[in-house]
Design a protein around this ligand. Sequence first.
Ligand code: PMP
Length: 399
Amino acid sequence: QSLFSDVQVAPKDPILGITEAFLADQNSEKMNLGVGAYRDDDCKPVVLNVVREAESRIAGSNFMEYLPIGGMKAFSDLSVKLAFGEDALPIQEGRVAAVQSLSGTGSCRLMAEFMHRYLPQAKIWIPKPTWSNHHNIWKDAQVQQELYRYYKPESRGLDQEGLLEDLSKGSPGDVVLLHACAHNPTGVDPTPQQWKEISKLMKEKQLFPFFDMAYQGFASGDCTRDAQAIRVFLEDGHLMGCSQSYAKNMGLYGQRIGCFSIITDSADEAKAVESQMKAIARPMYSNPPLHGALLVKEILGNEALKQQWYEEVRGMAERIISMRALLRQHLEDLKNPLPWKHVTEQIGMFCFSGISPEQVDRLAQDYSIYMTRNGRISMAGVTTKNVSRLAEALHKVTT
Ligand code: PMP
């Protein structure tokens, strides 16, 4: 009998399981459409040129000290401007509490813990479906979860009616998790008009918006346009929380760099809230890592580099958008009887294809094409070279 004999093996993470199967596959034409990381048209990981430039500028920096608990202030100041807008009123009025976080996951974790400590009555409303880790994060923080309808399988679009109906059941002070753009896994975002309706309802019901923004710039190619949901809520005078990640839009996946912010009612409140964010971070990880913060500060803090970054993030988004068009075109050329309009209507890194788990299994077994069993295709893994093979395989398993 050892101390650990009762510890069971944890269930595999669904995405990591796919990567294992993919790696074991000997087929030279195999495709990994599971993981949500950008690839170029040769299926290679990308380091942005602007990141290389920023690296060269910070190289030799003899600053290797600890950052403060809340991370690099110059970084989080630039970051909240990117999310809320350069001249956002709450920033001007000093009402934004913000800390550097361990990427998007770390921001969500801090928010969940903040809710556990300071909003003990509040539930978190999570869209159905969502990025699966959202459930783990709020569960670990012991916050009660409620689901709201989001996706309508029949139209492969937004279930706006169901969403409004479910959120109207929220209690004042409840927190609603909203994907700011490029909803994962569905690729379905509300239109500006639908955001207005959601914002209005939430204002009436006194629900607190928490925007998970893991893909700013990655959806449309335009960082301002991708923040339009947040701008709608700002116009309506909401207080709100925000999680930002630089994993996808700057390709800084492994650097774990992000920002967690809350717009409060006053500068005094912001001070108190920010001090408590730090009080949560201190026993969890003491202080965040330095390198990614230096890179992002360099890029966002320099007008020329920022413009270069805008161009490069647009390039990534446009490659994905063009792969959507090609995939749909190939499927329609094959005269596949199913509708594929949603492939080009959905946005961001993922295409929620609508195929069944059994069809996903057949794609893996017969064609060495791997994706999550909910039929989510990571468009980042689709290239001009493999798109026709993907379309043919999809055609075969759906007819
Ligand atoms: N939120 C959403 C919706 C995501 O899709 C992801 C990444 N898959 C994250 C948060 C977190 O990513 P990271 O921690 O790498 O920033």
